[in-house]
Design a binder for this molecule. Sequence first.
Ligand SMILES: [Zn+2]
Length: 106
Amino acid sequence: MPLFNHMTGATICDFCSGANPLWRYPAATFHDSFGSKSVEDWLACEACHAMIEAGDREGLIERAFRCPGIPLVVAMRGREWARTYVVDLHKRFRRNRRGQPYRMAS
Ligand SMILES: [Zn+2]
């Protein structure tokens, strides 16, 4: 999107909110099922990047549950609903991807 850690201002992984994302995935701007806007490229940490390239969609969905916002969604709507949201979000991301990822200078 890219996302930032609000405390440190550092970029974080768009898939799991992990620190130190190294890969940039060109993407078009799109909306999630809440209507929240995802602006352009997504950043990925090494582990998420490996899962994306390996086509490990289940692994990537599981990792998304590390995001700080997800426990709140689980508390409000339940785990199954949160999972459906993540599945849909990743589907939208794939649809809006624009070409190959590239490694960022670290
Ligand atoms: Zn990640």
